[in-house]
Design a protein around this ligand. Structure first.
Ligand code: RUB
Length: 313
């Protein structure tokens, strides 16, 4: 396949959700930028940087909510973008090595989150998870491998039913798994010790944006005094929220829910993420350690070397 076609396929796979989940989306974007750098026909540094910018914009337009996507693009391209005076070959190599670094550290982060998070899981715990998050499953599977006896409830996660992927993966790992519909959450929450979910974005105030239904699950957990954990790599923290930007909630086509033609006159809405306020979150497990949601601001400040009043670059 031609390089351009490969990049377009990655973007299309993200848009159509054949590649999905915030971490996988980020690594796919890094892969696309690496292809662009490896196969560029640019003759000058300026041409190459312009091409990188175009590919970045193209990738950014696929899905709006997971900040791992712009954060990955920034990680891979930023150094080259601010080194305009270097020669083309150096810039190309820079982008390729940054893409490799992102993919490697991202996979390591998921593993590390599993190790760190597993310390908060006890023998005999009943856990509930929503949607399909590699980070959340990494915590559960690592704890199980350590010999802890666990049981997991998995929500179906309508409309795209990513819960089925989680249920299969957990069951294949040998963990007793129960699949339930989303509306059965409150019915079963009293049997649960801990909820673990992933994140698409984490705001400066510690609010977590994740698959639609997460906030309802958090509400039920809060009412039943069940612990609510979020597992997320540090590139899921959203820099824009430092300066008051809101995280865009993606709305997808109604036909993911039902065939609209069969419901003439009925408006069908399909927001696919929601916001869980920090008050409902007990802790966030990152690859750098466990933090309370109130520390999200500090993580962001460190990560983006930002001081109040400054513009974000
Ligand atoms: C997936 C989703 C996941 C997060 C975290 O939504 O909400 O919980 O992306 O996943 P979608 P991970 O299926 O719409 O992409 O921990 O794997 O990054």
């Amino acid at each position: 396949m031609m390089a351009q076609a490969q990049i377009e396929k990655i973007a299309e796979d993200i848009r159509k959700m054949r590649i999905r989940g915030a971490g996988r989306i980020a690594r796919a974007a890094a892969r696309a930028l690496k292809i662009a750098a490896k196969t560029t026909k640019a003759r000058t540094s300026a041409e190459f940087l312009k091409e990188l910018e175009q590919v970045s914009r193209f990738l950014l337009n696929t899905r709006p909510t997971a900040v791992s996507l712009p954060n990955a693009i920034r990680f891979v391209t930023h150094k080259a973008m601010v080194s305009k005076d270097l020669d083309l070959e150096t810039l190309r190599k820079m982008v390729i090595s940054k893409a490799d670094e992102f993919i490697k550290t991202s996979l390591e982060a998921v593993k590390r989150i599993g190790e760190i998070g597993s310390r908060r899981i006890s023998d005999g715990d009943v856990i509930m998870t929503h949607c399909n998050s590699d980070c959340a499953l990494s915590v559960i599977k690592t704890a199980f491998k350590q010999g802890k006896r666990l049981e997991v409830f998995v929500t179906e996660s309508r409309p795209m039913r990513q819960g089925l992927i989680s249920a299969r993966e957990l069951s294949r790992a040998g963990i007793p798994t129960t699949l339930i519909v989303d509306s059965a959450v409150r019915h079963f929450i009293r049997d649960v010790d801990k909820v673990i979910v992933g994140a698409d974005s984490i705001a400066a105030n510690g609010a977590v944006i994740n698959k639609i239904g997460t906030s309802q699950l958090a509400l039920a957990a809060n009412e039943a005094r069940v612990l609510f954990f979020v597992a997320a790599e540090s590139y899921k923290f959203h820099p824009g929220t430092l300066v008051g930007r809101l995280v865009e909630i993606e709305e997808r086509p109604p036909n993911e829910i039902v065939n609209p033609k069969r419901f003439p006159g009925v408006k069908i809405r399909n927001p696919v993420f929601d916001v869980t306020p920090p008050e409902y979150i007990d802790l966030i497990i990152t690859e750098r350690g466990i933090i309370p949601p109130s520390a999200a601001y500090v993580v962001l400040q460190e990560q983006f070397e930002w001081r109040p009043g400054e513009e974000l670059v």
